[in-house]
Write a protein that binds this ligand. Structure first.
Ligand code: HSE
Length: 307
């Protein structure tokens, strides 16, 4: 059995407009790399972090907390070293903390001979994710681990459903280089929603799931609406409405806030349209003076993987 493993832990888009806290999909063009190593010295030790300034103490690090949750359950007769090569900026809205949280437990599971299922790995990773967002949710973790689109039907007990991805579905993501903390973006949301908004939202969410199962791009277009969260969080993202309008005018199926922002995602039927949407986003943001990155990605149906 191997003593060391290098993994790619992908970025993800949570919520997908109408699926707040339960729905997400996996990207293939951006993610973190991590090296996990078995050691004689017991415990979890983070030995290297490149890319961003994050804590080395396992108890204070998202990857460390999820690793400790699994370590305490597995009680292996070895320890683990973790190296983190972070490419996803924390607070970007594309699952930076989730990539760290799943990377450590996925790597350790491989080195232990895969005793845990993907759902069990998600359960450990929730502990790490909660350190960052102050709340136990799995809508970035599940697509990072399973790949494709995932629906978290229940967190307790944890139940994850894999939803098919139409073959020609692409995402374009713009990441303005500002930080929005998930915990703060959650704090501005209301505790209660109106029945009328709830009816609209679950109508759209149900139809989005049906559209993904049947590769019905027109129904995806109609379903990508968020009447509950976007009205609050859209205000936190500079030029959000302009970007959304430009993507729709250029043929995107729909657009919305990626996770808790500031990233904005759009979905497209085909790569050509995803690239046109990229240009439309560029045109809006290049006038703002805010630096940004844009990624175009097919839906990554594989998820986290060994390199
Ligand atoms: N569902 C979460 C939120 C994703 O929107 O707050 C961000 O981690």
């Amino acid at each position: 059995m191997k003593n060391e493993i290098k993994i790619f832990s992908p970025a993800t888009v949570a919520n997908v407009a109408c699926g707040f806290d339960v729905f997400g999909f996996c990207l293939d063009s951006v993610g973190d790399e991590m090296v996990i190593r078995k050691t004689d010295k017991k415990g979890i030790h983070i030995t290297k972090i490149e890319g961003f300034d994050l804590p080395y103490e396992a108890e204070l690090n998202v990857a460390g907390v999820s690793a400790l949750a699994m370590y305490e359950d597995a009680k292996p007769d070895c320890g683990f070293e973790i190296e983190i090569y972070k490419h996803i900026k924390p607070g970007s809205g594309i699952g930076s903390s989730a990539a760290s949280a799943v990377g450590s437990v996925f790597g350790m599971n491989e080195l232990l001979g895969n005793p845990y299922s993907k759902t069990q790995l998600t359960k450990f990773a929730i502990k790490g994710e909660a350190l960052a967002s102050k709340c136990e949710h799995a809508d970035n973790l599940a697509p990072a681990i399973f790949g494709g689109f995932t629906l978290v039907r229940s967190v307790s007990p944890l139940e994850i459903l894999e939803i098919p991805s139409p073959n020609n579905l692409y995402a374009t993501i713009i990441h303005p280089q500002i930080e929005i903390k998930t915990s703060e973006a959650r704090a501005i949301l209301p505790n209660e929603v109106s029945l009328q908004h709830a009816i609209t939202q679950w109508g759209n969410f149900g139809s989005l799931i049906h559209a993904l199962h049947t590769s019905d791009y027109d129904l995806i277009r109609k379903s990508l609406q968020d009447v509950i969260v976007e009205p609050y969080r859209g205000k936190l993202i500079p030029h959000y409405n302009d970007v959304k309008k430009a993507t729709l005018e250029n043929g995107a199926l729909g657009a919305g806030i990626s996770g808790s922002g500031p990233s904005i995602f759009a979905l497209s039927h085909g790569l050509e349209n995803a690239n046109a949407v990229k240009q439309a986003m560029e045109q809006v943001y290049s006038k703002t003076g805010i630096s940004f990155e844009i990624h175009v990605s097919k839906i990554n149906t594989e998820g986290i993987k060994v390199l």
